[in-house]
Design a protein around this ligand. Structure first.
Ligand SMILES: Cc1cc2nc3c(=O)[nH]c(=O)nc-3n(C[C@H](O)[C@H](O)[C@H](O)COP(=O)(O)OP(=O)(O)OC[C@H]3O[C@@H](n4cnc5c(N)ncnc54)[C@H](O)[C@@H]3O)c2cc1C
Length: 456
């Protein structure tokens, strides 16, 4: 089994051709920190709108090194932290417009990939989420009813027989499905996007680390970049930037990918429409059937490293592999003999209130997009288009969405961050075990943990 090496997706694609480092001081119109989806989508839409803009992206390793090259490949319509949080402040209509914008963004990513010739194994089969315990089932039914009270959610409740005919997850009690989701190969999307923006004239500098973002300036280990506008697109690595250590907590998520599975296994599992698959556990899992017939399945491994330390090229502990393999076998007993080909991890950015944000401070020229927690594949495109509208001062529907210029308080200093995060995930794990043992309702431990984390 391969461990780390950034991700299975990058291994499948082959190591990227290195791009130049920043050659020294530079002046451009827009300087972007981070060549993940947020940075690349921002560059793409800015160049589409104003081809004469001079844009440089500064990347510490290589384009797609972060979460964008490692994720579970769910291109889905989630509002990070839930759309309900925006109702008290912005009203129900604004929350629903946000949902509709994310539905449309799934199709926008598919459209651009087709237009620009990016083959990212995209297949739109919707999002399918199962309940396997009585407590999960109660949560799922309440969730389905609540979702159906909002416009644009399009959630259908599937009883056990209908659900297992779609994907035969062992022990399914009920499921929900909605159509606004596609399976992708994440690294193919990010690598393809990087080539597209380069073709449009964007300069990408790799192996160049930004230490500090100042008004209209980036201080890097290779020189200073001066620009009218800066875009901070550093997500789970933001904690490494001067002054931003406690803004977004870097949380780990881990995956395993099996070897390609034989047709006999797929005959048992069904799963023929490329649905992305999740569950209703507190420490939830997420999975996809890859274009080459593997199962890639992810979840929380070791969630957090003391002091907000980030990454070691995706290295993953053996205990996490065992946890994920256990889920794989419980969900799909037919995979019992399947080899695990690869395991890897990545960091995502968690704001104190679990609400993603995009914005621009006109005084400093600094724009940002991030804090997507585990649901940024789609939102990064919306962020890129919104950052474009903000920088170009366009008064569009996008700049009026409720996440624009949302500010959040910082995380607590250590050791509180470590205690809180590690303790809370232990609590969620305990709640899952109690529910798996037959508890009919959501464990009170999980309810308390939800209140403390600010998770809705
Ligand atoms: C394991 C995992 C699974 C996930 N699964 C899903 C999923 O299935 N669906 C979903 O919607 N979301 C998922 N997510 C979240 C999603 O992948 C992210 O929200 C999204 O990719 C964020 O993109 P980004 O460009 O903002 O950040 P990133 O892709 O992390 O890019 C940030 C880039 O900035 C660079 N950088 C950082 N700091 C500096 C610096 N100081 N100087 C220079 N460069 C710097 C990094 O090297 C990196 O390339 C997952 C995340 C992880 C980690």
């Amino acid at each position: 089994m391969r461990n780390g090496d950034v991700s299975h997706w990058w291994h499948q694609l082959g190591a990227p051709e290195p791009r130049p480092e920043l050659p020294g001081d530079l002046t451009v119109d827009v300087a972007i920190v981070g060549a993940g989806y947020t940075g690349l989508w921002s560059a793409y839409y800015l160049k589409q709108a104003q081809p004469a803009l001079r844009i440089a992206i500064v990347e510490q390793r290589h384009a797609g090194y972060g979460a964008s090259g490692r994720n579970g490949g769910w291109l889905t319509n989630s509002v990070t932290g839930g759309r309900e949080q925006y109702e008290p402040t912005h009203g129900r209509d604004a929350a629903e417009r946000f949902q509709r914008a994310l539905n449309d963004t799934v199709d926008e990513v598919i459209r651009v990939a087709a237009t620009e010739g990016i083959d990212a194994d995209i297949a739109k089969g919707g999002e399918f989420t199962v309940a396997r315990t009585p407590a999960q089932e109660a949560r799922l039914r309440a969730f389905a009813a609540a979702e159906q009270s909002w416009r644009y959610t399009d959630v259908a409740l599937l009883e056990a027989a209908e659900a297992t005919a779609k994907i035969d997850v062992r022990g399914t009690r009920a499921a929900v499905w909605h159509p606004h989701a596609a399976r992708i190969q994440p690294a193919k999307l990010v690598a393809g996007l990087a080539h597209v923006v380069e073709r449009l004239g964007v300069e990408i500098y790799e192996r160049t680390t930004v230490h500090e973002i100042a008004p209209h300036r980036l201080h890097t280990d290779h020189g200073t970049v001066t620009a009218e506008h800066i875009v901070r697109a550093t997500e789970g690595f933001t904690a490494n930037l001067a002054g931003l250590h406690r803004l977004w907590l870097p949380m780990n998520s881990s995956l395993i990918a099996t070897e390609p599975l034989p047709a006999a296994v797929w005959d048992e599992l069904h799963w023929s429409a490329a649905e992305v698959l999740g569950d209703f556990a507190h420490v939830y899992m997420y999975a996809q059937r890859t274009a080459d017939d593997r199962i890639a399945i992810g979840g929380r491994g070791k969630p957090y490293r003391y002091g907000s330390r980030t990454d070691t090229d995706g290295q993953t502990p053996a205990s996490t592999v065992r946890t994920l393999q256990g889920i794989l076998h419980r969900f799909f007993p037919a995979t019992a003999g399947a080899e695990i080909a690869h395991t890897w991890s990545g960091v995502l950015g968690v704001p104190r209130d679990w609400a993603a944000t995009v914005g621009l401070d006109r005084r400093t020229g600094i724009a940002w997009g991030g804090g997507y927690v585990g649901t940024g594949v789609t939102a990064t495109n919306l962020a890129g288009r919104t950052i474009t509208d903000l920088i170009l001062e366009r008064d569009t529907e996008l700049v009026s969405l409720p996440w624009v210029n949302h500010r959040v308080r910082r995380w607590e200093p250590e050791p509180l961050r470590w205690i809180a995060t590690t303790g809370l995930y232990a609590a969620y794990g305990m709640a899952d075990r109690a529910e798996a043992a037959g508890r009919a309702t959501t464990s009170p431990i999980a309810r308390v943990a939800d209140v403390i984390t600010g998770r809705h």
